[in-house]
Design a protein around this ligand. Structure first.
Ligand code: PEP
Length: 253
């Protein structure tokens, strides 16, 4: 954690939670995090629960995120969701390029870039995910993969737009596996991302960039991760599905 960067803890619910279940989770969570003022709290329900969660968190310290969007404004794109639709439901953030989308739904650095640009054009704050697979790490390709994803995802973004982006470093081998990157491993990649952003933009923009770590973050390991200078938050899957564990994460010391 860095004194100048506001921590951001986000829950990615993935394809979990009906609207009814989401209502129950949110109603338990809201009071547990109500006193938090010095960090951003974000919930990323599935599309079908956005409306419900949006109504529940109105006027609270919790922001709403979608898990994806389409890069076009509207039209013949069956099954897709536009930025305008998300804004209309009260979304402030959108997760883009999650490794599950890259792995199972053919997302590439190019589509990630189109989505990041569309989100910013329409006024949503992108949480852009990057991360290497175990094979890539073991083959010594970590730096290349991260540099490629960062450069590709941010292509043609203005400096002003870059100031609104959050990057989530999520090593694919640590997502949903119970294997967390050690705080040092994570911090090393965060520093690499920051360096890359500095080379693409400026030291000032790199200094201000918030980089979340994601991959089996739990109430037990969050504090050690957040103690590292380049780790500014967490993107949390499994542990965000229970109000007590997500609240414990948000309230890390
Ligand atoms: C995620 O999917 O963004 C994630 C980090 O999942 P988990 O916390 O379950 O590893």
């Amino acid at each position: 954690m860095h004194p100048k960067r506001r921590p951001i803890i986000a829950g990615n619910w993935k394809m979990n939670m009906t609207a009814t279940q989401a209502k129950e989770l949110a109603s338990k969570l809201i009071p547990l995090v109500a006193a938090v003022k010095d960090r951003d709290i974000v919930l990323g329900p599935p599309y079908t629960a956005l409306q419900t969660v949006s109504e529940m968190i109105k006027g609270t310290n919790i922001g709403l995120s979608a898990q994806n969007l389409h890069w076009e404004d509207k039209g013949a794109f069956t099954g897709e969701i536009s930025a305008e639709m998300l804004l209309d439901l009260g979304c402030k953030y959108v997760i883009i390029g999650h490794s599950e989308r890259r792995q199972f739904f053919g997302e590439t650095d190019e589509t990630v870039n189109k989505k990041v640009k569309q989100a910013l054009k329409k006024g949503l704050l992108p949480i852009m995910c990057v991360g290497e697979t175990l094979t890539e790490r073991e083959a010594g390709k970590l730096n290349d993969v991260i540099n490629r994803q960062v450069t590709g995802g941010l292509k043609d973004l203005s400096a002003d737009d870059m100031k609104k982006v959050v990057i989530a470093y999520e090593p694919v081998w640590a997502i949903g596996t119970g294997k967390t990157a050690t705080p040092d491993q994570a911090n090393e990649v965060h520093a690499l991302i920051r360096q890359k952003v500095q080379s693409l933009y400026s030291a000032e923009i790199a200094e201000g960039l918030r980089i979340q770590y994601g991959g089996s973050v739990t109430p037990d390991n969050v504090s050690q991760l957040m103690a590292k200078p380049d780790i500014d938050g967490a993107l949390v899957g499994g542990a965000s599905l229970k109000p007590e564990s997500f609240a414990a994460l948000v309230n890390f010391k």
